[in-house]
Design a protein around this ligand. Structure first.
Ligand code: PA5
Length: 453
């Protein structure tokens, strides 16, 4: 199992840390919440307790593996999990490998923006004739994937290719324009369970299709997630990673630590921090609590990469405002190892490195940073991967999804909605001339402008 270390959240080890009694005082509340959650499981939990979603992806195997490239078009929860899995479980040079080096699995591109330079550069890399496009949008109303879909469809048509032989729609089982078009045109489709929100959907067909296409063992992802769920439901607070993540973050928030940094000491784990950033921000950043009070709660998630950000951010973390709780991600085992050569042995600045593993340097830097933070009174948590594989990535996803809903309960907010993103969408529709949204054209609403060149 993943290992979690909460030592440096405690007052004994960090000035301004938590008393064990403070944490203890939440055990009944959390255990009661988890009991109810198990009796009435949320959609993202049910999604890993069935074979339905894995089977629906497996059924498309024959079709998927006729292609060289998969281009995913989605945004937010319809993209970040795919990117995280791809980066964690496939090497950084995956898309540069030959088809044989990839064992026949597909190159994967996830386009989650409407930047024309970016989209063009991805499209330059793929031949439409050998490319499958997976359009993911639960609602089917999101401007970004819909614009990118229209562009891709236009390209397929301009090549004289049959769109339905190059597209898979992943969307709501009943609602939305993708479902409508897919039905009308016989396009292959995958379902997103209606009760699973975007940022909780990575272990549904949203994330499973691109993982499968890259040769990731999707069964193991789900087994990892299931084991993390079982552990969460059956453990008391002090044995319960998800519950302790939630309680320690909540209590540090009450102590004015309103920033949650996730700092990965592994390039492969870095994109999990990006996935977490959305999960924590969109789920917990809310104006109203469940009783209708205006509360404006939320903890700003920040991602960082070790050792890189030691030379960029850590000065601030140690000496700047005491407003952060930091989570370190590290791995005990890297897939590849490099021994630093013994060269220049008479130079003390270099000699101590010679003969050491590069991974030992990275993990020592992580511990060094954590201990220095503790000395400065800055709390931190460590999540250790025994190795970076499907099983542990599945666990990580489930633990953090559960931690998020437990934290939602502690904050007394609804972690599943995102009303704060709606207005911006409506204004964009108005700016783009979408019928019915004229009242949201606020472009001239500034009382006073300051514009400089
Ligand atoms: O978590 C969420 O609900 C959002 O981030 C959505 O995933 C994102 O807005 C994309 O929505 P959709 O899949 O409907 O296009």
């Amino acid at each position: 199992m993943l290992k979690f270390d909460f030592t440096y959240t405690l007052a004994e080890n960090v000035q301004g840390g938590l008393d064990t009694a403070e944490i203890d005082s939440y055990s009944a509340k959390v255990e009661e919440f988890l009991k109810r959650l198990d009796e009435n499981k949320p959609g993202f939990v049910n999604a890993v307790l069935t074979r339905k979603w894995i089977d629906s992806v497996n059924e498309l195997s024959d079709f998927i593996f006729t292609f060289d490239n998969l281009v995913v078009l989605g945004i937010g929860g319809s993209a970040l999990g795919n990117i995280a899995i791809q980066n964690a479980l496939r090497p950084a040079n995956w898309n540069s490998l030959s088809v044989d080096e990839r064992n026949g699995y597909l190159r994967i591109f996830v386009v989650d923006n409407v930047d024309p330079d970016y989209l063009s550069s991805v499209l330059d890399c793929v031949d439409p004739k050998t490319t499958l496009f997976n359009i993911i949008s639960k609602s089917g109303t999101t401007a970004e994937p819909m614009a990118n879909y229209l562009i891709v469809r236009g390209i397929l048509e301009s090549y004289g290719l049959d769109p339905k032989e190059h597209l898979i729609f992943t969307t709501d089982p009943e609602k939305g324009v993708l479902r409508r078009l897919g039905r009308a045109e016989g396009i292959r489709m995958l379902e997103i369970p209606p009760d699973v929100g975007g940022r909780f959907s990575v272990l549904t067909p949203v994330g499973l299709l691109s993982a499968k296409a890259a040769g990731v063992d999707i069964e193991e992802l789900i087994i990892g997630a299931k084991d993390a769920y079982e552990k969460t439901i059956n453990s008391s607070l002090w044995e319960n990673p998800a519950a302790l993540i939630a309680v320690t973050h909540y209590l540090h928030y009450l102590k004015k630590r309103n920033i949650s940094v996730m700092m990965a000491y592994s390039n492969r784990l870095y994109y999990l921090a990006d996935w977490y950033r959305q999960l924590w921000a969109e789920s917990l950043g809310k104006m109203y609590d469940n009783d209708g009070n205006k509360v404006h709660v939320g903890q700003t998630p920040v991602k960082a990469l070790g050792a890189v950000d030691q030379h960029s951010q850590v000065q601030l973390y140690n000496e700047g405002p005491d407003d952060k709780i930091i989570t370190f991600l590290r791995t005990e085992q890297f897939d590849r190892e490099i021994i630093i050569p013994k060269i220049h042995e008479s130079e003390p600045e270099l000699a101590y490195l010679g003969g050491k593993k590069l991974s030992t340097l990275l993990n020592s830097e992580q511990l060094g940073t954590q201990l220095a933070l503790a000395k400065h009174g800055r709390p931190s948590i460590t999540v250790t991967f025994p190795k970076i594989d499907e099983y542990h990535i599945g666990q990580f996803i489930m633990y953090y999804e559960l931690a998020t809903v437990i934290a939602g309960h502690l904050f007394n907010i609804n972690p599943y909605d995102q009303p704060g993103v709606e207005l911006g969408k409506k204004i964009t529709y108005a700016l783009m001339g979408r019928e019915g949204f004229e009242e949201y054209n606020y472009s001239d609403s500034a009382q006073k402008r300051v514009e400089v060149e």
